[in-house]
Design a protein around this ligand. Structure first.
Ligand code: ADP
Length: 476
């Protein structure tokens, strides 16, 4: 049995087996009983039927002279013994003995001689000299034989009568089998419906569980009032676990927010000193200048990471302010491009000229932050000096800003998870000296969604990637 089958499925199959077993047993038992009673009453009936022809034959045998009895028996003798008997309704008699088989006159209108021979053979072989047989049709016959007085030569008198009720019996049996089947199917359906109804609360719970978001644990607690008694202990434990998770999550967010804040102030001071030394001290030895430049870059990177963390923790606490108002997209993109050109040496082109008047709904500063992030990734995951392109277009009433690179590309099965926090695509590698936190895209997604837009990716391994920010367009 499959170990992962649900309780409902197990219960359904076990019950189904029981129903089928019960139905088959009932068909078998009633069949046996019917056959037993039918056979008994038929046997009594044909035994009684045989009395009359037997009397006639016995009387004739009694009247025979000794010579006649000694000469007995030829087929003519059998005919003589049966002479004068007539039967209606396909009832018939015959004598079967050492001289062969002779049926009563008129018997061959209803039966063939092979058929009668078959019946005779059957009944004479039966221990109680009674048999029920059919000749290839459902219309069966009951057969009874009695040994006539005398030796083998006198033979046996055999009575054959059709069982007209046999057809009825077969029909009855069929009706019974069909009704059992219908009952079986109805029971199975009823069982399935019952199970669906019984397990409905569990399905509702499952839907609720599926909808639980880690960043929205406030709504994860399950109301216990209308839940079935059986699952109450499990749900209580679940609610307790949610409460603890919520507490841990709040602490963690608080911690991230505090740490980011606390780190930022000393870091700004350190970065400020480095900058002022670099700007003012002209007589710095080249190796000191180089070391300070590296320190300056690292301080910048650390500052950026702290801003990202702070943004995330503010968003988690619903404190992040993101504008949703009309702004000039082209000017914002140009600003992002200017910053990117200053930061990276890769060739960058754009298709911004055709969109002079375009306005979108969102937050221009946040869009610059997003584009910086996407362009940073485009540079990071492409060959050094690989070209980057910034496209701006209108698509079905939306403004679409796309950063295009010709870098490593992202495996298709990873393209969803890269938008989650701290997730990196397997198979995408970093060049020496590059670092990655796995936070950038989750922040871009959060910011874009905060502007009422959406973020999408098209990427092919070895060909490159297109990250698009889709924003509502201001209709003029
Ligand atoms: P980070 O770049 O700091 O790891 P991101 O959230 O910005 O974090 O990106 C998540 C992952 O997505 C990266 O680790 C990388 O595997 C993949 N990725 C992002 N941008 C690109 C790109 N332009 N080309 C290839 N892979 C990318």
């Amino acid at each position: 049995m499959n170990r992962n089958w649900s309780i409902a499925r197990r219960f359904f199959y076990v019950s189904l087996i029981l129903i089928v077993f019960q139905s088959l047993a009932s068909i078998f038992i009633s069949n046996q009983l019917w056959q037993h009673f039918a056979a008994r009453s038929l046997k009594d009936l044909v035994t009684r039927n045989l009395d009359h022809p037997l009397n006639i034959v016995d009387n004739k045998l009694d009247q025979w002279t000794v010579e006649q009895a000694v000469d007995c028996c030829e087929q003519d003798d059998y005919r003589f013994l049966l002479d004068g008997m007539t039967f209606a309704d396909r009832k018939t008699v015959m004598i079967s003995g050492a001289a062969g088989l002779v049926p009563v006159q008129g018997a061959l209108k209803s039966y063939s001689i092979e058929q009668l021979e078959f019946y005779a053979e059957l009944v004479l072989a039966a221990s109680d000299r009674f048999a029920i047989a059919s000749w290839g049709t459902p219309e069966a016959v009951a057969i009874k034989s009695v040994k006539l007085t005398g030796g083998d030569q006198t033979g046996s008198l055999i009575f054959v009568r059709p069982i007209y009720s046999m057809e009825l019996y077969v029909t009855l049996n069929n009706v019974k089998a069909v009704s059992e089947l219908v009952l079986m199917v109805s029971l199975a359906l009823l069982l399935a419906i019952t199970l669906i109804v019984i397990f409905q609360p569990l399905r509702k719970l499952r839907t609720k569980f599926v909808g639980i978001q880690l960043d929205d644990l406030d709504r994860a607690t399950i109301q216990l009032e209308s839940q079935p008694l059986e699952v109450l202990p499990i749900l209580r434990e679940f609610n307790y676990m949610v409460a603890r998770l919520r507490e841990a999550s709040t602490n963690q967010k608080q911690f991230a927010s505090t740490i980011s804040h606390e780190f930022r102030t000393p870091l700004t001071v350190v970065a400020g000193f480095i900058q002022s030394v670099l700007n003012r001290a002209d007589d710095l030895k080249p190796q000191f200048r180089e070391a300070l430049t590296v320190a300056d870059q690292e301080a910048f990177r650390l500052n950026r990471m702290l801003s990202d963390l702070l943004d995330l923790s503010r968003a988690d606490n619903h404190q992040l302010k993101i504008l949703q108002e009309p702004f000039a997209v082209r000017a914002t993109c140009l600003q992002a491009l200017r910053l990117a050109r200053a930061a990276f040496s890769n060739p960058m082109d754009d298709s911004l000229q055709c969109a002079a008047e375009l306005e979108a709904i969102g937050d221009p500063d946040r869009l610059v932050q997003c584009l910086e992030n996407l362009i940073g990734n485009a540079v990071k995951y492409s060959e050094p000096e690989a070209p980057i392109r910034l496209e701006l277009e209108v698509e079905d009433g939306y403004v679409v800003v796309t950063v295009v690179d010709h870098g490593q590309g992202i495996p298709s099965d990873q393209q969803e998870r890269i938008f989650e926090r701290f997730q990196r695509a397997d198979g995408v590698t970093l060049r020496r000296g590059q670092t990655s936190s796995g936070l950038g895209l989750s922040i871009v997604k959060m910011l874009v969604e905060g502007m009422g837009g959406s973020l999408r990716v098209q990427s092919e391994l070895g060909v490159g990637s297109r990250f698009s920010i889709v924003l509502d367009m201001v209709q003029k």
